[in-house]
Write a protein that binds this ligand. Structure first.
Ligand code: NDP
Length: 279
């Protein structure tokens, strides 16, 4: 199966499944595996790569640039600006630095990593300038809850936001209370980070039970569960090349009503508003 896409608000197709890079470029001994993992991702058709200037202080961006050498056109690159850099000029400068480290002339989707001290209007103005200059194709946000998103909608060009990247998985179901319905009404795609809860989910008995039914692994079920929600993409991270193919095969898992019931019993949906959690 080719990786399905979600249309961003401007119509650009964005893959529903990609890969994360938090933790990359921190241990020299793992560098080879990390580069091989990203190349294995591209080979498997997982072309969406998520990184951030924060990860290894720019080191992850550099590693992504190295892995993508000669293959840039295959990838859909997602990058994030730190809130401390997200002033009107700081955002543009951070993007220029990122482009150099990534060895490319454009970022497909550039996100504000989380909300900081600079007004959203300033960051959005910079994003629009970057898009007009062709340095980014689209822009979005991360870790913004409904009230922040509503505020963003009110700033000039704020309604052009292409995604909100949020913590969402079986043990972080808070966004189902209001954020998922809000985004669906608004036509805003969401991107789920830490879909396997950084590995902590994988020994959960309910997940194992559903995995056995499908001849799948718990990681595949955890990712398939996130992707079962319309308009939601996921970016599991692995630095193990073999796991790239495993995680990609999560796309082949079709959860049944019974599976959902088992998972709902073990990981109940929210019964009240919870503030959006952050990792
Ligand atoms: P994930 O839920 O993706 O979990 C990653 C961990 O799970 C790693 O230790 C990895 O191990 C392990 N793992 C992955 N696949 C498998 C598998 N098939 N079997 C067994 N273990 C597996 O957590 P992350 O926090 O990394 O989230 C994903 C990405 O989301 C990040 O890398 C980052 O790009 C982004 N993110 C964004 C945030 C934001 O604020 N916007 C915050 C947090 C993450 P190994 O590598 O050894 O294979």
């Amino acid at each position: 199966m080719t990786v399905p896409t979600i249309a961003l608000p401007d119509g650009t197709p964005m893959p529903v499944l990609g890969v994360g890079t938090w933790g990359y470029a921190e241990q020299p001994a793992r560098r080879r595996d990390e580069i091989d993992s990203l190349r294995a991702a591209l080979d498997a058709g997982l072309t969406m790569i998520d990184t951030a200037e924060m990860y290894a202080d720019g080191g992850a961006e550099e590693l992504v640039g190295e892995a993508l050498a000669g293959r840039r056109d295959e990838a859909f690159l997602v990058d994030k600006v730190l809130p401390s850099d997200a002033s009107r000029h700081g955002t543009v400068e951070a993007c220029d630095r990122a482009l150099r480290r990534l060895r490319t002339d454009r970022i497909d989707l550039y996100l504000l990593h989380w909300r900081g001290r600079y007004p959203l209007a300033e960051t959005v103005e910079a994003f629009v300038e970057l898009r007009d200059a062709g340095k980014i194709r689209a822009w979005g946000v991360s870790n913004l809850d409904v009230d922040d998103l509503a505020e963003l909608d009110e700033v000039p060009s704020g309604d052009q936001v292409a995604t909100d990247q949020i913590l969402y998985n079986l043990v972080r179901r808070g966004p189902e209370w209001d954020l998922l319905p809000w985004a669906e009404r608004r036509g805003l795609p969401l991107m789920a980070y830490s879909p396997v809860e950084q590995g902590r989910l994988l020994d959960e008995p309910a997940l194992r039970e559903v995995a056995e039914r499908h001849g799948a692994t718990p990681a595949q079920i955890a990712v398939a569960w996130v992707l079962d929600h319309p308009g939601v993409s996921a970016i599991p991270k692995t630095a193990t090349p073999a796991r790239m193919a495993e995680n990609r095969a999560a796309l082949d898992v079709a959860l049944t009503g019974d599976d959902r019931a088992v998972l709902d019993a073990a990981f109940p949906p929210p019964d009240r508003k919870r503030r959006l959690e952050i990792l």
